[in-house]
Ligand binder design. Structure first.
Ligand code: NDP
Ligand code: MG
Length: 385
């Protein structure tokens, strides 16, 4: 059998490093073709020496010379800069892109890969939040599968196997509730970055960890689900499930509900997307029903976690509003991580930016890019960055 040649965009991140563990454990199935990082040259060099890819990209051009020199004795091709991400995405030498860059920066390389007819294993949810209609349309036009890596969407996808003729009534995304579940605004007012970075069930990159604490992550995932599974906004629901054992559910037209379950471990959805339609044996810890006797569920508190309410508003209105929400959120999270604004200020920045940027009902790609830029500069001006 031919090995699947994987291009990992964002290989130095939480998803990227776990994907490399999956590849390392399954050398008969996968090989590494491309690796990319933004600024972590040390780890990128180590990864390149270990996995011997055809090409790598370091986003930060100032680090090019160091990386090039460290790999001088190898035949790994080294590129640098934002543009290079798109150039290597257009290579013919790989089979699947694992889109694991964080944020808006992941959009253009993923679009290039789709135009290049490469299968996409999608972790980068912001790509679909910003321009889901365009991304999914191009995927259909180019007959490219977009396989979800996000655990909730992987769960839904797994529930849909064998159900292609059966319409979905609704999907139910589960949310752990994050570190501040049950807290009220007077508590959140004083929350600091280090506390918000402590997620109860998952260990992830900084941006998504903050998004999980504000519940923005679940809002982004509702929008992601709409595009991945071609749903109307009212078909996408959220329930808080603190144990993170049920990863999400699908309800069909007969009322039957399918759930996908397991211990929270991102390597499972990563390897499912990479090996689809096959399941790969592994020795990850198993869930044991004898050890957990309660799976509980509650409504999300939209009055306290207003980021989720704003995301739902953008899901319902559509157009460029999710793109604006995402851009303002990226700026707000960036500022919060640097202790420049408080936890609740993030919501204000996003809400004001959503009111400021003019609404466009059916944006072109250029209009999405403009909306993103406008939202970023307005959000930055609010924070006085
Ligand atoms: P990390 O912050 O851990 O990693 C991000 C990766 O993207 C790194 O390789 C980083 O490089 C690179 N990167 C950052 N900024 C840029 C940029 N401007 N241009 C190019 N590359 C960049 O993020 P995660 O791995 O946690 O998340 C990645 C994506 O997957 C996100 O969209 C997230 O929402 C999604 N996701 C993550 C989950 C998780 O468990 N972590 C779960 C579900 C979804 P460098 O290291 O050099 O900075
Ligand atoms: Mg998720």
């Amino acid at each position: 059998m031919m090995k699947k040649r994987i291009a990992i965009f964002g290989s130095t991140g939480s998803i990227g490093t776990q994907a490399l563990e999956v590849i390392e454990a399954n050398p008969h199935l996968f090989e590494v073709e491309i690796l990319t990082a933004h600024s972590n040259d040390e780890l990128l060099i180590q990864q390149a020496l270990k996995f011997n890819p055809n090409a790598i990209v370091i986003g930060d051009e100032k680090k090019y010379a160091r990386v090039k020199e460290a790999l001088a004795a190898t035949d790994v091709k080294v590129f640098a800069g934002e543009q290079a991400l798109e150039e290597v995405a257009a290579f013919d030498t790989y089979d699947m892109m694992l889109a694991a860059i964080v944020g808006f920066a992941g959009l253009q390389p993923t679009l290039r890969a789709i135009e290049n007819r490469k299968a996409i294993a999608l972790a980068n949810k912001e790509t679909l939040v910003v321009a889901g209609d365009i991304v999914m349309r191009k995927a259909v036009e180019n007959k490219v599968p977009v396989l979800p890596v996000d655990s909730e969407h992987s769960a839904i996808f797994q529930c849909l196997v064998g159900e292609s003729r059966n319409p979905i009534e609704k999907v139910i995304l589960t949310a752990s509730g994050g570190p501040f579940r049950g807290k009220k605004p007077n508590f959140l007012l004083n929350v600091k970055r280090d506390h918000a970075l402590q997620h109860p069930n998952w260990s992830m990159g900084a941006k998504i960890t903050i998004d999980s604490a504000t519940l923005m992550n679940k809002g982004l995932e509702m929008i992601e689900a709409k595009w991945l599974f071609n749903l109307r906004p009212e078909q996408v629901r959220v329930v808080i499930h603190p144990q993170s054992i049920i990863h999400s559910m699908v309800q069909f037209e007969d009322g039957s509900i399918k759930a996908q379950m397991g211990l929270p471990d991102m390597k499972l959805p990563i390897q499912y997307a990479m090996a689809f339609p096959n399941r790969i044996p592994n020795n990850f810890p198993r869930f044991d029903f004898r050890k957990v006797n309660t799976l509980s569920f509650e409504e999300p508190d939209l009055k306290t976690f207003r980021n989720l309410a704003l995301a739902i508003e953008s899901l319902n209105k559509g157009g460029n509003l999710p793109c604006v929400l995402n851009a303002a959120n990226e700026i707000a999270v960036w500022a919060f991580l640097r202790n420049r604004i408080g936890f609740l200020d993030m919501t204000d920045v996003i809400e004001k930016t959503m009111h400021y940027v003019p609404f466009i009902e059916n944006p072109t790609l250029d209009e999405y890019l403009e909306s993103d830029g406008e939202a970023r500069s307005y959000a930055a001006s609010l924070i006085q960055l």
